[in-house]
Design a protein around this ligand. Structure first.
Ligand SMILES: [Zn+2]
Length: 388
C-alpha cells in the first residue's frame, strides 16, 4: 500500500511544535502561524485570544501510519464589535475533522477507478466518507473551473423559456463566445442569490445588455465595478420599432406594404440606388414622411459608430443630447418614449460607441440554448412532442 506522504505536513500557515509517534500513529502538534484573527462580522483585525482548544485532525498517511494533526485553535474576541469567534484553520474546511489534502487524496483514489470499499479500507475511513469526499472534491473542482471562466466581458439577455417557468436569463462570455450559464427568472428574486455568490465576478469588467432596467439594477447592485454597455442590436431595433409606429400614424396604408417596411428598417447605406430613388418618391408622397425617415437615419448612423476614441466622444455627448431634444420636440408619443429611454441610458449608450463588441452572440445562441436549458431543467424538447 502506498498511502504515504513523504512531505509530512504539507500544509502552509502552521508552525510545528511537537511530534509524537507510536507504533500505531503519528501525532503532530501544530499552531497557526498568524497571530491575527479577522472578525467575520466587521472584518477588523484582532489579537485578543479569548480561549483555545486542541483539535485532532486526520491528515495523510506517514508511510503506513495515519497522521493526526493536533491543532491549537483559538477563539478570538473582536475589540471593535465584541464578537467572539473561532478562527478558520488553513487547509481545513470548517467543522471538518480531516484536512483538505487528505480528503482530496481519498477522492482522487476513488475517482481513479479503485473500488470504494478498498479505498475506505486503505484510508481507514467509512465508505460513506469516501462518497462524501468524492462529492466535496468534485464541487471544489467545479468551483475552480467557474472561477477561471467567469466572464470578463459578460453578456446578459433574457429569453422566453416555457409558459409555466416563464423567462430565463443567459449569462454569456462574449470574449470566449460561450454561454456561461442559463438561469430561470430575470429579476432579483431569482438571480440575486446567484450574482451575490458567483465566484470570480471580481474580474468582470464590462456587462453588455439590452435596455432592461431590472438587469441594470442587478448589475449595479452585485457587480458595481463593471461598466454597463448597451447592446447595439437591441437599441437599433427599439429605435426602428418606435419610428415604424409613427410612420403607421402618418400613412396607415403604406406601412402595410411589406417591401416598404423592409426598406424603412434597413440602414440607408444598404439600399441600392434604384431602391433609394423609388423609396424617396414614396416618402415625398405624404407630408412628414421624408423628414421622419431622415431623422431615423440620423439616429441609426449615430448608433452604428464603433471604436470611437475618448477625444471623439465629446462631440457624441452633444449629438445624443440633440437627438433626445429633437425626439421630445416631435410630439409623437413613441418618440417621446424613445427620448426618455435614451435619456435614462445615456451613459451606457455612449459607452457602446467606444466598443465594437455586441451582445449579438447571445441572440444567436438562443435556439441552441433553449434546447440545452430544457434538457438541463428536465423538460422535453417541444419539437419532439407528438413524435414519441
Ligand atoms: Zn467585529
Amino acid at each position: 500500500m502506498k498511502n504515504s506522504n513523504s512531505n509530512l505536513v504539507d500544509l502552509g500557515g502552521y508552525r510545528q511544535e511537537k511530534l509524537k509517534e507510536n507504533g500505531k500513529e503519528l501525532r503532530v502538534f501544530l499552531k497557526v502561524k498568524s497571530r491575527l484573527g479577522y472578525c467575520p462580522c466587521c472584518n477588523k483585525k484582532t489579537r485578543t485570544v479569548y480561549e483555545f482548544k486542541f483539535r485532532d485532525i486526520r491528515h495523510s498517511f506517514w508511510f503506513d501510519r495515519p497522521s493526526i494533526l493536533v491543532v491549537k485553535q483559538r477563539r478570538f474576541k473582536c475589540n471593535h464589535c465584541k464578537k467572539r469567534f473561532w478562527e478558520r484553520l488553513p487547509g481545513i474546511a470548517q467543522y471538518s475533522r480531516r484536512t483538505e489534502t487528505f480528503r482530496k487524496q481519498i477522492a482522487k483514489r476513488a475517482l481513479e477507478g479503485h473500488d470504494n470499499k478498498l479505498v475506505a479500507k486503505d484510508f481507514r475511513v467509512g465508505q460513506s466518507t469516501v462518497l462524501r469526499d468524492i462529492k466535496h472534491h468534485s464541487k471544489l473542482e467545479l468551483k475552480k473551473k467557474q472561477d477561471k471562466y467567469f466572464p470578463v466581458v459578460l453578456g446578459i439577455d433574457e429569453h422566453h423559456f416555457t409558459k409555466k417557468k416563464g423567462f430565463a436569463t443567459t449569462f454569456c462570455d462574449l470574449k470566449r463566445r460561450k454561454i456561461y450559464d442559463v438561469r430561470l427568472g430575470r429579476y432579483e428574486s431569482s438571480l440575486g442569490n446567484f450574482l451575490a455568490n458567483v465566484r470570480g465576478k471580481e474580474r468582470t469588467k464590462i456587462v453588455v445588455m439590452d435596455l432592461s432596467s431590472s438587469y441594470r439594477d442587478l448589475i449595479q447592485k452585485y457587480i458595481p465595478w463593471a461598466k454597463i454597455v448597451t447592446d447595439r442590436f437591441h437599441v437599433v431595433r427599439l429605435t426602428i420599432q418606435k419610428f415604424v409606429e409613427v410612420w403607421k400614424y402618418l400613412d396607415p396604408s403604406g406601412r402595410g406594404k411589406r417591401g416598404l417596411v423592409s426598406l424603412f428598417r434597413r440602414h440607408h447605406s444598404k439600399l441600392t440606388e434604384i431602391q433609394e430613388l423609388k423609396f424617396r418618391k414614396y416618402l415625398k408622397s405624404k407630408p412628414g414622411l421624408e423628414s421622419l425617415y431622415d431623422f431615423k437615419n440620423e439616429i441609426h448612423d449615430f448608433l452604428r459608430q464603433k471604436n470611437l476614441t475618448r477625444k471623439k466622444m465629446k462631440h457624441q455627448i452633444k449629438r445624443l443630447g440633440h437627438i433626445i431634444e429633437d425626439l421630445k420636440a416631435s410630439k409623437f408619443n413613441p418618440m417621446i418614449t424613445l427620448a426618455k429611454t435614451f435619456e435614462s441610458w445615456q451613459e451606457e449608450i455612449l459607452r457602446m460607441l467606444r466598443f465594437s463588441r455586441s451582445n449579438g452572440i447571445t441572440e444567436g445562441f438562443h435556439t441552441k440554448m433553449e434546447k440545452i436549458s430544457r434538457i438541463a431543467y428536465g423538460f422535453g424538447s417541444p419539437s419532439r412532442k407528438g413524435t414519441n
